[in-house]
Design a protein around this ligand. Structure first.
Ligand SMILES: Nc1ncnc2c1ncn2[C@@H]1O[C@H](COP(=O)(O)OP(=O)(O)O)[C@@H](O)[C@H]1O
Ligand SMILES: [Mg+2]
Length: 298
């Protein structure tokens, strides 16, 4: 089996996997093969990999989700074989400024991807530009890395645990350790990606890596400090932490001035994706119907 693929180099490495570029000798096509980083005390196939396979089997049929082609044992390790895509969205954003028409086109594709993923009863939970791949020939984005995905139709133990990794795209309710979230955090992350595509810069960054509070402050300083009604659970968090009162009084900035290239409709959609209360945040389906997408170049 191991002879079917000729490995030609590393494509990327995240917290959990290493992805190699290879040629599938039976088809002559490039593929991307993902191996999970094995934990020393873990035996057999890691749970995360099994979950990723189960979820990919459901959602990989969407045009805007990376396609899983095969699952192979290669030199004694389990490899997930994916269609090869040219690059990821993080590298794309860092290489060229995206014109407003492209931002709109790509956002529509990502809303469609999330609509499909959520439609299958799956939450992605780790949306960020590194986990979105770019198909240059067809000019489409595809969502990848469902390793943290969960099916919300099947209750699971440990469902809501905070995950390691970057917090820049995490919704405020996750930062506050809420334990009843649904599709809202994926939409929040998509809003962060929307803003980043339009400005070329990460939307919410924080000074101190380990500090969740500074991530919240970064959010509040743009969108205003929310009330308890807007962000349930906030006040108890504030009371139990050592925040300075100055952090509690931010006013919402004029988003039209911060994101001039989005236009009024784009700013409206962005603010609906970055709505504090997850119950009031726009859904992927409603986003697809938003006037921002009324005129779409295809
Ligand atoms: N199908 C693919 N084609 C091209 N590059 C890929 C592909 N899948 C992943 N990559 C690259 O490898 C990186 C890590 O893959 P990912 O699935 O996100 O693994 P991890 O779970 O470790 O984050 C991605 O950010 C991307 O740059
Ligand atoms: Mg990843």
């Amino acid at each position: 089996m191991g002879d079917r693929y000729e490995f030609i180099g590393k494509l990327g490495e995240g917290g959990f996997g290493i992805v190699h570029k290879a040629i599938d000798k039976t088809t002559g096509k490039f593929v991307a093969v993902k191996f999970s980083k094995q934990n020393n005390n873990e035996q057999g196939i890691p749970a995360r990999t099994l979950r990723e396979i189960g979820i990919l089997n459901m959602v990989s049929v969407s045009d805007f989700v990376v396609r899983l082609l095969a699952i192979e044992e290669i030199n004694g390790r389990l490899g997930l074989v994916f269609e090869f895509l040219d690059t990821d969205l993080e590298k794309l954003i860092n290489s060229v400024p995206l014109p407003p028409s492209k931002v709109k086109k790509y956002m529509f594709q990502l809303c469609k991807a999330l609509f499909d993923i959520h439609g299958y009863g799956v939450l992605h939970r780790d949306l960020k530009p590194q986990n979105v791949l770019f198909d240059r020939d067809n000019d489409i984005l595809k969502i990848a890395d469902l390793g943290l995905g969960r099916s919300f139709t099947l209750p699971e133990h440990g469902f809501y645990t905070m995950q390691l990794g970057t917090s820049y795209y995490k919704a405020p309710e996750i930062l506050l350790d809420s334990n009843d979230y649904y599709t809202g955090p994926d939409i929040w992350s998509l809003g962060c990606i929307f803003a980043e595509m339009s400005t070329g810069k990460k939307l919410f960054t924080r000074r101190c890596y380990s500090d969740v509070n500074s991530q919240l402050i970064s959010i509040f300083s743009l969108l205003g400090t929310p009330t308890e009604e807007e962000l349930p659970g906030l006040t108890s968090k504030l009371q139990s932490s050592h925040w300075q009162t100055k952090h509690l009084r931010y006013k919402c900035q004029d988003l039209a001035a911060v994101f001039p290239s989005l236009g009024a409709d784009g700013v409206d959609l962005l603010s609906k994706m970055l709505t504090y209360n997850p119950a009031q945040r726009i859904s992927a389906g409603a986003a697809l119907e938003h006037p921002y997408f009324a005129e779409l170049d295809t």
